[in-house]
Structure formats: C-alpha cells, structure tokens
Design a binder for this molecule. Sequence first.
Ligand code: APR
Length: 253
Amino acid sequence: MPSQRKPMIDALANAMRAARTVTVLTGSGLSADSGVPTFRDAQEGLWARYRAEDLASPEAFERDPDTVWQWYRARRQQIAGVEPNAGHWALAALQDQLPDLRLVTQNVDGLHQRAGHRDVIEFHGNLLSNRCHRERRIVQVDDATDLPPPCPHCDGPVRPNVVWFGEAIPEEAIAAATTAARQSDLFVAVGTSAVVQPAAGLADLARGHGARVGEINPEETALSASVDFGIRARAAEVLPALVEALLGHYTPD
Ligand code: APR
C-alpha cells in the first residue's frame, strides 16, 4: 500500500465509524479483480460479430431466443470459473461490523452473495437466476441447456434474470437504493464509471441528503471531482485495507 494512500483510507474508515448508515455502490470494476470480463470483453470469437443489443434486449430474445440463451449460457460458464476477490470478502466482513450497511450493485455475477453478502440490492438482476419472459416471475429450471427451457407454469420462454437494454430497473431495487442513498451518512462508489443512470444519480442523491461521498477506482470518473474521499486504486487492494483500518486488524478467511 503506497504510503500516500493510507491517510485517505484512514479518513474513510473514520467516516465509516462515525456513520449510522453507509451505502456502498459497486460496479464492474470490483468484479474486474476476479477476472470477470465485461460484456464487451466477453464478446470474443463467434460472439464478436453481434451488436450488444442483438444479445441483450427483449426484441433480440423475441426474435432469436436460442442465440440469446446461448450467449448467456456462455456468460454463466465464464462466471462459474471465477471466484469472489478480496474486495467482495472485505465488503461481506464489513456488513457484520457496521450497524447498517446497504449494498447496491450493478453487477449481475452473484459474486457478492458467493462471498456471503446478504440482502444485496441488485440493479441489473442476476445472471445465475432465471425468469419467465412472459410472466416475469422467477422460475427454477435446469439452465444447462442449449435452448431456453419452457416456464414450468405457463410454458412461455425462460430467460436469464437480468435487465436488458430498453428494460426498466426493477422497481423494488430502485426503491431500496434511493431509500438507502437518502438515509446514508456515507456513500461509497466502488469500481463504477458512474455514468450509467440511475446508479450514477445515487451519489448525488446521497450528497443532497447530507452524506459524505467516497470513491474507490483506479481511474478518474464523473464523480471524482466532487468526492470527499477519493482513493485511486484497485478495489481488491483498498477494501481489505479499509476493513483493517476500521477494525485495527483483519485477516481474510
Ligand atoms: N477496482 C476498482 N475499479 C476498477 C477496477 C478495479 N480493479 N478496474 C476497473 N475499474 C473501474 C474503471 O476505471 C471504471 O471506472 O471500474 C469502472 C467500470 O466502469 P463500467 O465498465 O462503466 O462499469 P459500471 O460502472 O459497472 O457500468 C454500469 O453499465 O454496461 C452497463 O450493465 C452494465 O452494469 C453495467 C453498467
């Protein structure tokens, strides 16, 4: 840990200690440390010739369900081969140390849950579950199939439980995330470019309700100029150091 970073991590840990409610928003940068390819990075080989909208939109699924299903099966296989990283584990440890930690994620890979995080507010759904495209309800099906299985209730096509281009963020996720942002004394954005709405607006909402704002990201983002605690480094490096600064000790399991 470079020495100039330590005072900022200590300051963020102090703000966390003083806060009653803390909200953390995570994005694909956190999973990057686990080796999860971004949507575009995953579009290699056969998939490179598709436009993203032809793999991830309701119109694409209605036009060509088999191709869309096979793309998501490939994404699931990629994710099955990665593990939560030190950043996911550190956030899961934090939830047992802070009185009220809310976690909002834009990631669909389920790595927070695999690290033991409970009550994750998922903005873009979860790649590891499925729902009926017709009725929207979550269904339990064997998804290791070449073609989309039928819904066990209505026989309609089953799809991955993710939010596609042109689809709305689940209402309960928006409600939980905006409540969290409003109630927070501290809001920390981790590994997100903070450009995609409405996730990007959560930091502003929190600030407008009196929260201080932190950011953990090796690159500058739209948020960087206005944050109170900016830590320009990888999440898997900073988050364990933050837990250690907060507790005085931290040994990841
Ligand atoms: N640690 C922390 N941050 C990182 C790391 C890392 N190891 N590596 C990269 N980053 C940062 C990048 O600097 C960038 O700011 O993560 C951010 C990733 O930005 P995006 O790719 O825009 O991802 P995200 O903010 O999650 O995008 C939101 O847009 O593409 C859609 O649905 C997709 O959920 C995604 C949403």
